[in-house]
Each structure stands twice: as C-alpha cells, then as structure tokens.
Design a protein around this ligand. Structure first.
Ligand code: TYD
Ligand code: MG
Length: 457
C-alpha cells in the first residue's frame, strides 16, 4: 500500500505528519502530502529503470580511462562560453530564470543550431503546445533541421520518445511542469521535481545524452522547489536581466566541467537573443561624458572583464531623514563606503540623500567596484566630473586603504581596447608585468589619494 509522508516544498525536509511551520527552513505552510511507494516496490522499479554507471564494481584509479570528452557546440558562442566551451555529452544542465526572461527562446535557438550541426534534438515542452513553439521558431528564423517538438508533461512518455528518436540532445521546458508516474503528488512539488530530475539524470548518464532542463525561480531569486535540484545536476546556469532593458546575462553558478562565474551576454531583439560580443560597448553606449557622479568601472566576471558605468547622485535630503538607495550594487556595501568617506576623507553625507546605480541594469558584486562607487559619490557631492577617459577599480578597506584586486592586466587590456587612456588603480597592482601600453597607470594607496587623482579642484 502506498504510504504518505509530508514534505516541505521549499527545502525538501520530510515529516510523518503535516506541520504548519517547517522546522528546517522556517517556511510557513510549506508542507504538502506526498505518497511514496513501499521500499520493496521501489527497489523493483529502480532495477528496471537504471543500470549502475560503472557496472556496479569499484575500479582502481589508474585503470579508469581518462576520457577527454569532446564538447558539442550549441552554435551560440556566448552560451558555449558559460557552459565552459560547449555542452559535455551525458551532462545534465539546469537553466534557471524568471518567467519571460528568454529561457525558451535561447533554448529553441540553441536546439535549432544543434540539430543542424550535430544531430537530432528532442524539445519537450510542458508549457506550450507544438504550435506555440513553432510560432516562436518562425520569429527566430528556425530553418529546416531534425528538431522534434513534443508537448508532453509525463516523464515516462518523454523518455519513451527518447528511446524512439535517439536524439543527440534533450531539452525539457520546464522541470516544474513534468511529473513522474512513480509519484502521486502534483507536478512542481518537491517530490515530483526531485524524481523527474533523477530520472533525467539516469537517462543522461546511461545514454550519454546531454540534457538541458529549464527551472523557474521564485520571487526571491532561488530556484523554485528544492535546492536538491542544484545538487543533482552537473551545471547550473542562471538567466538574469532587467525586463526593462534588452540585455540579458547568463551566469554559471555551478559547473562540474568548467569554470564558474563565467558570463554570457545577450541582447533580446525582435528576432530572438543575439550574442553580444562586446558588452563594454553596450553598457557604455549612453554614457554622458564629463558629468559629475559618473565613474567608469572595469569589473571582472569569471575570466571576463568589462566596463560599466557607476552613477551616483547626492542631493540634500528634504524630510530630515537621509535615504540611501543602491541598484545593481550591494546596499550594505554602499553604506559602508559612505562611512569610510565620512571618516577617512572628511566627506559628510548626514544631510544628503545618496543614490547609486549601475547603468544599464547590470549587477556588480565584486569588491573591485568599491573605488568606482567612492569616486562617483564624491564626484557628485563636489559637483565636479571625474578625470576624463579614465577607468577605476580597486577594493576599499575600512581604514580607507585601497587594496589590490585580482586580474589587473586583464582589466587594463579591456580599458585599452575601449579607448581609455588612464586608469586609477590600487598601487599594489602596479607591480604586475604585461600591462598594456597606451594606458597611463595612476597607483593610489588611500581613498584621499584616489580622489585627488580623479577630481581636479
Ligand atoms: P521566453 O523565451 O518565452 O521566456 P521564458 O521561457 O524564460 O519564460 O521569452 C519571452 C519574452 O521574450 C517575451 O516577453 C517576448 C520576448 N521575445 C522577443 O523580444 N523577441 C523574440 O524574438 C522572442 C521569441 C521573444
Ligand atoms: Mg518558457
């Protein structure tokens, strides 16, 4: 007989009875009933479902063949970059993102390329009918290719189609809409999502079939449903972007086959997502020149440097209470930097509102951004523009010291490529070799020195 248990839909914790508040994650009203099969029956289905990967026997390290698995290119350079150079056969990739950000669009484009270049692709959609997918495909200019669409939500039936078609790539859009017959709970519940992910994992490994699954994220930015999903898959990619801006960023947060925090930049156009080869140009496109409160930061994401504009506006507070607003930057970090400016550079903001923003809707969360924030805020307070054609980067410490940041040569090369002629950077970064020519380097040790170098009085 089927036994029922209760599972938290947020963290996956289980209990024999319903609970109003999850003792593990503290979520309210997150428990839902799930039925699980009796162990002996479960073992029987397991046996049929999956063969053990290595024949069930342990192997000596030296005897294990080192397979340098060739990667398949998805035909979209920026997508390959976040995957670590293409998709690895037999890997399970999770692509997360808010609704409407462009996950289905990107995957359909990738699927069309893949089908043309590598082999047949099965695109299983639980959210849209074949006609809807086709309509989007028409917009994207998908040409004739062995691309198979399947509107289906049952995992077992999707896997039957995999058996029949023997595709080279499987795409499942989305993991929250599919259900496995092995579980009685509703699609999207923790148990279902976990079961479906595990089924796709076994198929991916067992058949060496690369599989990409789409996952929705909740309001607070976590992947909806269980964290367990992130542990099961090989690679986790996040699709980010501001719905009011056309650019989109795909970020790797976990990758068993490559570097993490790699970044791919796209622009959403009328005919789908176009890779942006030069993000710096995109982010600096509308930059006002020689205006107070604008600093150009050379930040680094993964191994990729790019330039963004950090803007600040300091204006006198009207209602007695000063406001601090940061978008695209960590709010606490901004408050901390204002305190450093107050204490170490004698700039007071007690009676001022301070707004800081990264132009273009980008998010920057590396410490190397500190100096640019400080420079932009000070520039706005003094109402003087910063030194022209100059980029800044560097971490600011609590004593007002400027600390060296990683990969200075990479950042400077990007600045040189974009035509900047000077850089204000931590003095500790000057020692490095191969700094590009054509960029004047101004090393600074303290916040005060940096502001003297940047703002002419
Ligand atoms: P979609 O891929 O359906 O998002 P997701 O699968 O992440 O929910 O993208 C939908 C949005 O993209 C929609 O708001 C319209 C826009 N879009 C374009 O701007 N151009 C296009 O060519 C396509 C296909 C979509
Ligand atoms: Mg979609």
């Amino acid at each position: 007989m089927a036994k029922s248990i209760f599972a938290c839909q947020q963290c996956g914790a289980q209990a024999p009875k319903w609970l109003g508040r999850c003792p593990d994650c503290g979520g309210w009203n997150t428990y839902a009933e799930e039925t699980c099969e009796k162990p002996d029956k479960l073992a029987a289905t397991r046996k049929g479902a999956a063969e053990p990967m290595g024949g069930g026997k342990a192997q000596r390290y030296a005897d294990v063949e080192a397979v340098v698995s060739a990667r398949f290119t998805t035909g979209i350079g920026e997508f390959d970059r976040v995957l670590g150079g293409g998709i690895v056969p037999g890997s399970l990739v999770l692509l997360g993102g808010e609704p409407g950000i462009g996950k289905s669009t990107l995957l359909l484009q990738a699927a069309a390329h893949f089908a043309r270049e590598v082999g047949p692709v099965l695109y299983a959609s639980g959210e849209e009918s074949e006609h809807q997918v086709k309509m989007r495909g028409e917009r994207l200019g998908v040409a004739d290719a062995p691309l198979f669409l399947l509107a289906e939500t049952c995992v077992e039936r999707i896997l039957e189609e995999v058996d029949r078609l023997k595709p080279s790539l499987l795409i499942v859009d989305s993991i929250q809409t599919v259900f496995s017959l092995k579980m009685a709970s509703a699609p999207g519940s923790v148990g279902q999502v976990r079961q479906a992910a595990t089924d796709f994992l076994f198929t991916a490994k067992g058949r060496n079939l690369p599989t990409i699954v789409v996952g929705h994220v909740t309001k607070d930015g976590a992947l909806a449903g269980p964290k367990v999903l992130e542990h099961v898959v090989d690679t986790v990619l996040y699709f980010e972007g501001d719905r009011h801006h056309s650019h989109r960023v795909v970020r790797a947060v976990k990758n068993r086959f490559g570097a993490i925090s790699e970044l791919g930049v796209f622009e959403m156009t009328g005919s789908g997502l176009q890779p942006v080869a030069n993000p710096s140009a995109l982010f600096l496109a509308e930059r006002p020149e020689q205006v107070p409160g604008s600093a150009v930061l050379c930040c680094l994401e993964g191994s990729r440097p790019f330039l963004v504009e950090v803007q600040a506006l300091v204006s006198s507070a009207t209602l007695g209470q000063a406001r601090r607003t940061a978008s695209g930057l960590d709010h606490n970090r901004v408050s901390l930097l204002l305190a450093v400016l107050d204490k170490r550079a004698g700039l007071s903001f007690v009676t001022d509102d301070v707004y800081v923003n990264v132009a273009g809707g980008m998010t920057v969360d590396e410490p190397g951004a500190d100096l640019a924030i400080v420079a932009a805020v000070a520039s706005s307070l003094r109402n003087r523009p910063l030194r022209p054609n100059t980029v800044v980067f560097g971490e600011v410490g609590l004593a007002g010291e400027i600390r060296a940041t990683s990969h200075a040569p990479l950042r400077l090369r990007e600045a040189a490529q974009m035509g900047f002629t000077a850089a204000v950077l931590p003095e500790g970064n000057l020692g490095g070799v191969d700094h590009p020519k054509g960029v004047e380097l101004i090393g600074v040790r303290t916040v005060g020195e940096a502001l003297d170098a940047l703002i002419r009085t």
